[in-house]
Each structure stands twice: as C-alpha cells, then as structure tokens.
Design a protein around this ligand. Structure first.
Ligand code: 7RM
Length: 650
C-alpha cells in the first residue's frame, strides 16, 4: 500500500484460476500460449507486418493497399490505397461456396415468430434495399439514421448503407425524440429508417411516432422509410414517408458493392460521456472490419457450424461489431432476439439456447446479475449442453457473478471470455483467448494480439504497484478516427492527457503478478477515502459476494474526517433490509477487504439507475448520497422513477 493518493489501491483478493480444458485448447483457433506470444510480440514489434498479413488473408480487396499504416497516433491512416466494401466482405464473399445456403441470421421475435435468412437471402435483401436507398437519392458519403427494433431489417439496412458507402448512424430504439433529433442534426442525416414499432415485454414501443416528433426538429432529413413490424397505427406523411415493403416492390436485386477507400467512413455511433453532448464516434471501413473480423475469430473461437448469440442490441457498439460485422464477415450464423429476457417468463434466453442449440453466448454482467436474482430454477429447466463458450462485456464482472455464470450456465465446462473494450476501440482489446488463457473471475486477463496497453500514473509514468490509468501505447486498425464534426474534441478527450503519446481510455486498472489486467471502473468513479484511492468495483464485488445481495453500486460522499465516505446502494435478493442486516453488510465488506473499505452508509435500493445499455450510473448516485439535487444529463437513464425511490430511503 505505497503511494496513497496517487495510485488506485487494490483491496480485493481473488486467487481462483480456471485453465481451459485440453479438449477445448486442441480445437481452438489460437491453441497455445506460444502461438499467442508469437502473435503478440509480432503485433508489438512489427505492427505493420502483423496487421498487413492479416488484412491480406482475411479481407476481400477490390484493390490491395499500398501501405499498412501511415502517420503517428492519433492520426494514423490504415491500408492506404486499398479498395474495399464491408457489405461485400460480409455477404458476397460467402456466396460462391458452401456458405451460400447457410443461415446468416437466425431471428426470433418477442411474440415467438421466427425467421432464418441464409447468406444468399440476406444478400438479396441487402442489394434490393441498397437500390431503394439509391432511389431515395442516397449517395456515397451521405449519413442515414437508423432507429429500429431488433429485426433482421436492421442488419439489412446497415449492410445496404455500407454497400453504397452511406454512413449509418444507429440510434438505440429506447432513445427519445430529442435524442434522435440531436443526432440527426449533428450528423446532418438525409434519411431516417425506422419501423412502426417494436415489441418489448408484450407491449408495442411506438417508434414511428417518436420519429415523427423528432422530424419537427430535423431539417436535414428528407425522407423516412418505415418497416412494418407490429402492424400498429402510424401516421404517414405524403411524399416524405414510405413503407419499406412498397419501396422493395419496385427494385431489383442487382447492386454491385461500391469500391471504397480503406478509410471511407463506415458508421457514426453516438456515445454519451458523463457530461456534455454525445460524441459521434466515427469508424472507417478497412481497419474496423479487420478488427471486428479477427477479434471475433480469436475471442469467440468461431467455427463453421457454430450458432453464436450476442444478446446486445445492435444500437450499441457490441451489436455493430459482434452481431453484424464480425460474425457475418466470418460467415458465422448469428442469432438475433427482439425482446426482453423475462418475457413471457424468466426462462426465455435459456429456451432460445436450447431450441437453437446455441454454442457461443455473449452477454453483459447486468444481465447475469438479473439471472441470478431470478433464480436457478429458470436455467435449470432447459438443456444448455450445446454451450461451449461464454462471454461478458460492458462492465467489470463481480467475481461471484462470474462463478455463477461458470457453474449454472457453463456447467463448469465453458471458458468465459471477459472482454474489455469501448465504442471508441471498435473491437475487443483485452480478453482471454478461450483455448489459451487460464481465466480468473473478474479479470479481463491479457491484451489481444496487436494491442499494447499500459497502466500509468497521471504523469504518464508506469505504475508498478496497485492501479492506475489504462492507456494504449500503440495505434490499432479499429480505433476511432475522430469525433464526427469535432476533431478537437477527439484529441482533447482521448489524447491530450499524455501529449498525444497514448490513447487514454478513461478507465482505472491494475496488473497482477501474472500480468493479468483487472479493470477497476471509470476513473471518475474512484473513491478517495482518507487519502486512499479505492475502486468502487472492488467494494461492490465484496457486497455481491454476500448471499442476499443481488447488485450493488458504491459511491463516495463528502465526509468531514475521511474526505470521502463510502455509500453503498444495495439491491437485495429478498427482504427490505433491517438495520441489523445493513450492519451485517458493513461488517461483511470489512471482513472481505479490510477496515479502510468499511461502508459508512448502506442504502437499500429497489433497483439501481442504469444507462440503457445496462451500465450503473454512479454519477447520479453520488448526488443522492451527498443529498444534492441530481445534476447533469439524465437522458441516458433507463428508468426515471428509480431516482425518486432512492431518495426516499434515507
Ligand atoms: C463494449 C462497451 C465502454 C466502457 C469501458 C469500461 C466498461 C466494458 C468491460 C468494462 C470492465 C469489461 N463499450 N467496460 N467492458 N469494464 N470489464 N469487460 O461496453 O463504449 O459502451 O463502454 O465500459 O468502463 O470504458 S462502451
């Protein structure tokens, strides 16, 4: 415990280790430590050679690139001179061989309807819809907003944009009219693609009505295309709004993919920081596609006959990279589900796993904590023996949630890949390789080949003990290229902290004696108790290890003596938390990690405030813990009533 006040101190002890079985390793795409090390060292010492070879082998080029990387981070350009198309990479390439009639998308709607699209069929639909876009005047470089439920047409719309080189900007279907209008405005979108509605817990979410409201403040948007999903009433504005199915009647399926420059923009995805307006993270074609392709193959160990399911919404980066682009580029069968995990009951996901014999399952810690709360009786009703690999993404996973996932879902035989990455990184950066890495619950383990991270102090010096700031010391092909329309903000947010030398991720992390990375959460969330910088995640993990705790969020509040006191918001599995139980939880944390981390306050929370992608919003809890009014942006909050309820428990 040296250097208090500078480094983040680690107080959580986790010694369990789970090596992959020899059977898993024998069949894995990367199958030995030696192979990993060779790849990793090459990626570090000769990045151009490393990525250049992979790009030649794994991407389909109309014209091969002249150079692999030009310029220093953050302005590195990749695969200059090359001509490529992401839609061609995901579709056309597969049509000349045995994948032609293979399922590209297995889709299940919330009401129970199902569709399967083969690669040939998906290609056909994408070509037709690309011709629809052309008819509506969409050209290479134009921006198109997509606001849709989780239906195959969402993937069709994105691949059709990519086919023409139109830049898609997907807005998650839970966002408000104002959020759509802001994004339309910022990207100067010409077109919005939406649906009448989507299904969520048996109710219709009226998407078109929300778009109508957004259209009042979206002067750049000329047309709206509406896919009929629910059959609900919608108001169609003449000469502005068109039905998807009407437009598809008048086009043919002949639409060659446009040959685009490697650095042609593929998409913008808005991500909200803790303050200010959302940033339009821009990804470009070749580099992003190489990242999505290789990381899918390495981390998910994709094989020709796998059924792969990522439960994210395509409206988030996880869905972009690991439902659409990565899996389809690899010719994988990607499963897509429209609705809620607890509809019609809490067994829905496991019903889908059994029915479709899912082999690879990728979800978020917030979902896993919900499964635990709902109880083992749900997964235990289903045959989950098809599963061979499990993954998590989005937040640090508490070790006890990891253990539950390992035992109850994985039957102790599936490797778990805890994948650390960001919208900005485009693809997975730190993760176990399932055939190589012995996993430790709560650690995202090691950098993937081509990724060279470090943990540094505020001054950019290497941290030797405890935690520090997670940075990337080398550019990678799938890194964001800019914040759309605001390059200064791009430099300022990610590169100014270390004078352009490193990419700063905004997360705190530590490395253990085996060289494993442990992400400790956003740096903004770190607690400072009596001069000790503690990770909120470690205190939360201690709480979640208690039998009756389903979920916990820990924040600091102003404390006369300690600087910051520790306030824990706790969701219980049962009961409403007596004073004795609160005291027991305090003692439990004290016992697990030591006196320094003893909570000052325990507040029982019926639920925690989360972003729409499921991340706990500690910023809001800090205001509540300090007795302040909640300040700053709350538009990304999933459920607004939660804050009121939390204020009541004082
Ligand atoms: C993919 C995604 C990025 C932030 C990131 C972290 C947190 C994501 C993990 C994680 C610990 C993980 N993109 N995060 N994955 N923290 N372990 N495996 O989530 O742009 O929406 O969020 O999410 O704080 O910086 S994102």
């Amino acid at each position: 415990m040296t250097d208090a006040g500078q480094n983040i101190e680690s107080v959580l002890q986790e010694d369990r280790k789970f090596p992959p079985s020899s059977e898993f390793s024998a069949q894995a795409n990367i199958s030995s430590e030696q192979q990993y090390l060779e790849m990793w060292n090459k990626g570090k010492d000769d990045p151009a050679g490393f990525w250049g070879e992979l790009a030649k082998e794994n991407l389909a080029w109309f014209k091969e690139f002249d150079s692999v990387m030009d310029g220093e981070m953050p302005e590195t350009k990749w695969f200059t001179g090359g001509k490529i198309n992401a839609s061609y990479q995901c579709l056309d390439r597969h049509l000349t061989g045995p994948r032609k009639n293979k399922a590209a998308i297995i889709w299940e709607g919330e009401p129970g309807d199902q569709r399967i699209l083969t690669y040939q069929q998906l290609h056909h639909e994408v070509c037709k819809f690309a011709n629809v876009l052309k008819k509506l005047g969409i050209e290479t470089g134009d921006r198109v907003t997509i606001y849709m439920p989780m239906v195959p047409e969402l993937a069709i719309a994105m691949l059709a944009c990519a086919r023409l080189g139109a830049v898609h900007s997907i807005v998650f279907g839970g966002f408000s009219a104002d959020a759509i209008a802001d994004r339309n405005h910022d990207a100067e979108s010409k077109l919005v693609i939406t649906a009448d509605g989507g299904w969520r817990r048996g109710k219709e979410i009226p998407l078109k009505a929300t778009v109508d409201e957004a259209m009042e403040k979206s002067p750049t948007v000329e047309n709206v295309v509406v896919y009929r999903r629910t059959g609900g009433d919608v108001n169609m504005v003449p000469d502005r709004d068109y039905w998807w199915h009407d437009l598809m009647e008048d086009v043919d399926a002949d639409c060659p993919a446009v040959e685009l420059d490697s650095e042609h923009p593929l998409f913008i995805l808005y991500t909200s920081g803790s303050t200010g307006k959302p940033k339009g993270v821009l990804h470009t074609t070749a580099g992003y596609m190489l990242g999505a392709t290789m990381t899918s193959k390495w981390v998910f160990d994709l094989k020709e006959d796998d059924t792969y399911w990522c439960t994210a919404d395509i409206g988030w980066i996880t869905g972009h990279s690991y439902i659409t682009y990565g899996p389809l580029s690899n010719g994988t069968t990607s499963l897509m589900y429209e609705g809620a995990p607890n509809w019609p009951d809490e067994g829905r996901f496991w019903n889908i796993v059994e029915k479709s014999q899912v082999n690879i399952f990728y979800t978020a810690p917030t979902a896993i904590r919900a499964f635990i709360k709902w109880g083992d009786q749900w997964p235990s009703q289903y045959d989950l023996s098809s599963l061979r690999l499990l993954g998590t993404v989005g937040e640090p996973i508490n070790p006890e949630a990891w253990m539950w996932y390992h035992k109850v879902i994985g039957n102790e035989k599936c490797p778990i890949v805890d994948t650390w990455w960001q919208t900005e990184t485009g693809g997975i950066m730190l993760s176990p390789l399932p055939g190589v890495t012995a996993t430790k619950p709560g650690s995202c383990t090691k950098p993937l080949p081509g990724v060279v991270p470090a943990i540094v102090t505020e001054e950019g010096e290497p941290v030797t003990e405890g935690g520090g700031l997670l940075v990337m010391t080398q550019p990678w092909p799938h890194m964001l290229r800019t914040v759309y329309g605001d390059h200064d903000r791009f430099i300022e947010t990610y590169f100014s902290k270390f004078d352009g030398k490193y990419y700063f991720a905004g997360d705190g992390a530590r490395i253990d004696d085996d060289g494993y990375y442990w992400v400790m959460g956003r740096v903004d969330d770190v607690l400072n108790v009596s001069g000790h910088r503690l990770s909120t995640m470690e205190v939360e993990s201690a709480l979640v290890a208690h039998d009756n705790v389903a979920e916990a969020a820990v924040v600091g509040f102003p404390h006369e003596l300690k600087g910051e006191g520790i306030c824990c918001f706790v969701t219980l599995k049962s009961g409403d938390g007596s004073d004795e139980e609160k005291e027991e939880l305090k003692q439990h944390v004290r016992k697990q990690i030591g006196a320094i981390a003893t909570p000052d306050k325990i507040k029982i929370a019926p639920a925690l405030p989360k972003t729409r992608s499921g991340k706990i919003m500690r910023r809001l809890l800090r205001d509540i813990a300090a007795g302040r009014d909640v300040s700053g942006d709350v538009t990304t909050l999933e459920d607004n009533t939660i804050l009121e309820k939390l204020r009541e428990d004082d």
